[in-house]
Design a protein around this ligand. Sequence first.
Ligand SMILES: *Cc1c(COP(=O)(O)O)cnc(C)c1O
Length: 421
Amino acid sequence: MKQAYSTEMDGKDELKHFKEEFYVKKGVLYMDGNSLGVLSKNAEKALAEVLNDWKEYGIDGWMAGKHPWFTLSEELGGKMAPLIGAHNDEVIVTGSTTGNLHQLVSTFFQPAGTKTKILADELTFPSDIYALKSQLQLKSLSPADHLISVKSRDGRLIEEEDIISAMTEEIALIVLPSVLYRSGQLLDIQQLTAEAHKRGILIGFDLCHSIGAVPHGLSHWEVDFAFWCNYKYLNGGPGSVAGLYVNRKHFKTAPGLAGWFGSNKEKQFDMSHEFVPSDSAGAYQMGTPHVLSTAPLIGSLELFAEAGMDRLRKKSLQLTRFMMELIESELSSFGFHIGNPREDVRRGGHVCLEHPEAARICKALKENQVVPDFRAPNVIRLAPVPLYTSFQDVHDTIARLKKIMSEKQYEKFPNVREVIA
Ligand SMILES: *Cc1c(COP(=O)(O)O)cnc(C)c1O
């Protein structure tokens, strides 16, 4: 029955031809595209072209070639804008996730009077917390008093109403994930933004686990700022240059961390010591762009433009729903718990499978050519990425997992995490 369903769904899948564009090894079920997306032929070609431009043009590559490096960050920002529902000039490809968070907090966290605190949540990605604490310290504010963390009721999810209750008079800025990296919960960005603005609080989101997986309407929702990496669902490659969004209404806000690549492009080479920022999200760049680590995105974003976020989201929801159904029907006797929300509107692109032996089950999965992702202490993240995962792949992933559990194959591995998990 489940087999018939996968065959039927794969048969009518409008996105199935994209799988051939990606380098997934034969026999391997790659369920880790939410940690590091796989290389596409398009991205590989784009990188080769940029290298060739360097060979061909030398210094002139800044203004010559198909994708002049001087405006590449802006060009790709524009191509990324539809993925997050933003205007082209509100998006720039630059820096790293954590670096961009530093830039945006240094720009938009302006404590004044009794509004001196930052609101985050206790399940957020550690790097975000490190950045927020250090930004407070730079302003001589103690993180213990000024970083307010919304608690989770069950260790998996953060309730929107709890976040809203924590939006007190003292909060100046809110930074939250769009999708929680462990449980895969998708927060209601629109509602949280409206509630923050009612209280005169600025709000920004970490989109690492939603960009390329979930459609967004950031401009329409009036989100103040956002930042993300491009190496997960967007397949930009290890260490790919990241992205940031700033709503148009803030374009006059001077960057907290200024640098010459944030200049108005006409003025940049005046070499004046008076900084004239760009009237766009480009103002929040700092130095010379990392062109070679940006290049794969040229190719990767073409695939997203072709596939379209709505079709990708639809297939992603079908894949994760199918995976959850298989987990329930095939694995019920093995002590698993599904930790992600069940509702479509609250679910990102991955399934969060909890088990006390998760670390060694992941090792057994790898031995069986399934690439999962382990998050200590007990989470197996499985991301059936719609661009390169078929319904058959989801079916086979759970079939291999069932075999591992029935045969207790995991018992031969120690239940500890590796250095990189
Ligand atoms: C992957 C990820 C990061 C990574 O930050 P880098 O600066 O790119 O290393 C940050 N936040 C979240 C939520 C992530 O999932």
